[in-house]
Ligand binder design. Sequence first.
Ligand code: BES
Ligand code: ZN
Ligand code: ZN
Length: 483
Amino acid sequence: MKITLIEGPLEQAETEALVVLVFEGRKEDRFAAAPLFDSGEIKGKALELTLLHHAPGVAAQRVLLAGAGKPEKFDSAELRRLAGAAVRHLKPKSIKQIALVLEGDSATAKFVRAAVEGAILGEYDPDRYKTGNDKISVDSFAVVVPRSSAALKEAADEGRIIAEAQNFTRNLVNEPANRLTPTKVAEAAQQMAAEYGLGCEVLDRSRMEALGMGALLGVAQGSDEPPALIVVRYRPTEMRSNAHLGLVGKGVTFDTGGISIKPAEGMEKMKYDMAGGGSMLGAMRALAQLKPPLPVTLFMPCVENMPGSRAQRPGDIVTAMSGKTIEVINTDAEGRLILADALTYARQQGCTHLVDAATLTGAIVVALGHLNVGLFASNDDLRDRVLAAAKAEGERMWPMPLDEDYKETYLKSPFADLPNVGGRWGGAITAAMFLKEFAEETPWVHLDIAGTAWVDDAKPYAAKGPSGVPLRTLVRLAMAWKD
Ligand code: BES
Ligand code: ZN
Ligand code: ZN
């Protein structure tokens, strides 16, 4: 989708559909819309959409009145959703050209960026494997502002880079596991890195063996598909930071559960068990273009969790790269095993701060539903930075506890240093506690995205399928970095 900025007046914008925001309690007098407000047909409620044909006084073929809700509650997150909903409303009508008007207080960089993001994210549909010629797309999206400027153009560009990266992530996450094996993820990472000037290295099984990554290898051994530890490096041209941010993302291309096999119902969804790493690959793609001031390295351990004849069994004891031994009680708790070795490797590679993202536990969905990412932190400053970035990006996250006595109470094995599961209670917390053992003293944040990486019910502004969360938070965290 082509993105442009148009300088007003909106009456002259030639487009197939002109999107104009209307607010609750503020009557729109233009476009002969006043009677619609008087009769109560239009209220201006959030995401309420009304399409007008032959609106007087405008060059546009149609005007879409887009409800923005109460003016005092309107923010960039609301606009992102609204732009997405407008595009999703117009796209099935074969409208190819859309322009959204920002007037008054909302004609700022922040809102331009959000509108562009919303439009690109809203245009996305996970239909690449549907054949037939009924597939349609929106060709261009413009933001109409009273006065154009370099800052607004830059904001539009940033929005495009970020949302395109998010759709790149969504495409990867949506790929079925027969088409996206660990080897294929590595190829996609290499191709993306080459395109955007990032470093990329893929550690294969023999390198993992040499490094002693027994936890990762234990999970991988149940599948004929070889594992891959993908490392993608961004280095700023001019070093303006002493920090080195490590992103560690779960990359299970399919999670059958292994020998502790999952029930059949809903198992098809487990293709999204690489969404943590997938969102980080997308974040790296955006960062390569936006150029944050500090080095950022992605570590994405990729495996397929299968119950093959060589698969690890409950009761097996593996030795992680850090030297700690782990009793594998449940082979379905594989995410923490592969992340354990990736965290150790990230520390060994000199990362000073770590953020991991993983579709780690069903328990986080029980705790927070599908609306909040579960956030666990070993460091208050890094936690606050991630929370601030998430808030600014409209990606909701909720802080969860990580008190040491969760470990003493729930994470005990009679035979090894740690068991890989903690029992019935506080499953998301004990999973995080397990990871903390491998982040050690490096400031670390863990994001459990099991409930938020996949949209089960389509929204007016988002298709059913992968959400791309927490890509925007990660990008903002790096872009806003100050030592
Ligand atoms: N990939 C799953 C977690 C998951 C569950 C993601 C539901 C998305 C939706 C993870 O590997 C897993 O199976 N976790 C187990 C852990 C348990 C065995 C301690 C779980 O949550 O049931
Ligand atoms: Zn699992
Ligand atoms: Zn899993």
